[in-house]
Design a protein around this ligand. Structure first.
Ligand code: FAD
Ligand code: NA7
Length: 461
């Protein structure tokens, strides 16, 4: 009997695995019986923008954390897919930092061509996964959201590709419950224009805080204060954005920080990250980790060591994204096709220990980038995924870090060459600060017509 494989989620990670299998099938391999369950009505994962927050129209948690006017925060050349180049998709040089819709279009372009969509059951939320050790079988129970029917099916393998930037981490602070302005998590942030003219307090000092601060500044916030727990981001912020110590308490509209300073604020945004949350998994199958470079318990960052018939994709903190998911997907596929054999448990533990030790030694973002490139290299060398120069991409990521240090408002105007084709990205037709329309159409136009609002006139930091 053919193996049965369930893939949970049709975001970039789940789609990478569908693509990997389809590539093997086209070259003559017999592939397992595959079903991919997706609770949304479309593929694309986090990249599907919705105005909804909280629960969707079926009572399921809204998955997407993306907002309007979101532009890629890393160069597209660093996430290029080796079997579907940027040139193949865009047909001509385009700028390195696309808006959300254009990047979504890129990774979906590949799966549209390969024709894997029929393998996905949309509007189908995974409710529970059980494992029977005697029969070595998983039972996956799903809810057909359109018909409101529960279904259970058996699989030999389950691949969890449900993402980990969707369930908000929401710390409490004294006085938040009395605060009369809006308090929301980055997951529910949708449109920066809502905050035009307001004085904002953002808590957290990572990508969400950085980008939401820039968005709100761009669309006219009165001021943005970013409160950090560990380290300030330390960018050369434009006037109107500043950093503060950790929030201690809120009294009325006054935010008090642990160093004794205070600010009057109109709204508070928790940019405090996300939980790896798997409400459909029993304790024995659930990955327990924070947002880190090497989640413990995953051999090669993919195989759930406690039960190697269960795989996870995309669970790492991410510099590399789409092509890292490919590296993982090709590895996962080859395991499931028995082209790769798992070592004994002791050897798997030793391998994980090796990576965890390396992870513990990481001190800088540059080192994290090299670590992730080395991790990808380790996977890529085990499969027939087309050649990918992850080391050159790592160098590009380091340049990107440097560009951000030099000018946080202007880094998206930099141009990178593709490591696959050599094509140099086009210059953007306007600065990011002036680009108020984030549609693909506007981005593609030689001279964009701005339609949303008057651009903010602020000098680059
Ligand atoms: P997801 O994209 O989260 O997809 C998971 C899928 O699983 C979803 O479709 C979801 O509906 C489905 N699912 C979840 N639970 C269930 C269930 N119970 N039943 C059925 N289906 C389920 N990356 C970049 O490369 N560039 C960027 O500019 C960038 N910006 C980002 C901005 C934000 C605000 C966030 C949050 C992330 C950003 N990322 C960016 C990183 C992002 O994590 C990856 O690009 C990518 O979306 C991860 O893919 P994934 O498939 O692992 O997870
Ligand atoms: P991250 O990168 O996981 O960062 C979470 C941030 O939240 C980080 O700065 C944390 O501080 C901070 N945090 C977490 N808990 C607290 C509390 N209790 N108090 C204060 N600060 C806290 O999540 P992001 O949302 O920024 O980024 C995730 C993805 O979304 C990423 O891929 C982006 O592309 C978009 P710490 O530094 O740990 O002290």
């Amino acid at each position: 009997m053919r193996k049965r494989v369930a893939i949970l989620g049709a975001g970039p990670s789940g789609l990478a695995l569908l693509q990997a299998f389809e590539t093997a099938r086209k070259s003559g391999a017999e592939i397992p019986h595959i079903v991919c369950y997706e609770k949304q009505g479309d593929w694309g994962g986090l990249w599907n923008y919705t105005w909804r927050t909280g629960l969707d129209s079926y009572g399921e948690p809204v998955h997407s954390s993306m907002y309007r006017y979101l532009w890629s925060n890393g160069p597209k050349e660093c996430l290029e897919l080796a079997d579907y180049t940027l040139d193949q998709h865009f047909g001509r040089p385009v700028p390195s930092f696309p808006p959300r819709a254009a990047l979504r279009d890129y990774f979906l372009g590949r799966v549209k061509q390969s024709g894997v969509r029929p393998l996905i059951r949309f509007h189908t939320a995974v409710q529970w996964v059980d494992y029977c050790p005697e029969r070595k079988v998983f039972t996956v129970t799903t809810r057909d959201l359109l018909r409101q029917r529960l279904n259970s099916n058996e699989y030999d393998h389950v691949v969890v590709a449900s993402g980990h930037y969707s369930t908000p981490n929401t710390p409490d602070f004294p006085g938040l419950d009395q605060f009369s302005g809006r308090v929301l998590h980055a997951h529910d942030f949708r449109d920066a224009r809502e905050f035009a003219g307001q004085h904002l307090l953002l808590i957290g000092s990572s990508y969400s805080a950085e980008d939401i601060a820039l968005q709100c500044h761009k669309y006219g916030a009165g001021s943005v204060t970013i409160s950090h727990r560990s380290e300030p981001m330390g960018f050369n912020w434009p006037e109107g954005i500043s950093e503060a110590a950790l929030l201690e308490r809120v009294e009325g509209r006054t935010a008090h920080f642990v160093d004794g300073s205070q600010r009057e604020v109109d709204a508070i945004l928790l940019c405090t990250g996300y939980l790896h949350h798997f409400p459909f998994l029993p304790d024995s199958l659930a990955l327990r980790t924070g947002n880190r470079m090497y989640p413990p318990g995953l051999y090669k960052g993919v195989v759930f060591a406690r039960n190697p018939d269960l795989l996870y994709l995309g669970m790492q903190d991410q510099y590399f994204t789409f092509n890292m998911f490919d590296a993982q997907a090709w590895f996962a596929r080859d395991l499931l096709l028995d082209r790769i054999t798992l070592p004994e448990p002791a050897a798997m533990s030793a391998d994980m220990e090796h990576w965890l030790t390396r992870e513990a030694e990481l001190e800088t973002a540059e080192e994290e980038i090299d670590f992730q490139a080395a991790y990808m290299r380790d996977l890529l060398d085990r499969t027939d995924y087309p050649a990918l120069d992850v080391e050159a991409m790592a160098d590009q990521f380091k340049q990107w870090l440097q560009h951000k240090q030099e000018c946080i408002l202007g880094y998206r105007e930099q141009r990178f060459p593709s490591t696959l084709t050599g094509t140099l990205a086009a210059a953007p037709n306007t600065s990011w600060l002036q680009a108020l329309d984030d549609s693909s159409e506007s981005w593609f136009k030689p001279e964009a017509e701005e339609t949303v609002a008057e651009p903010r006139r602020v000098a680059h930091g």
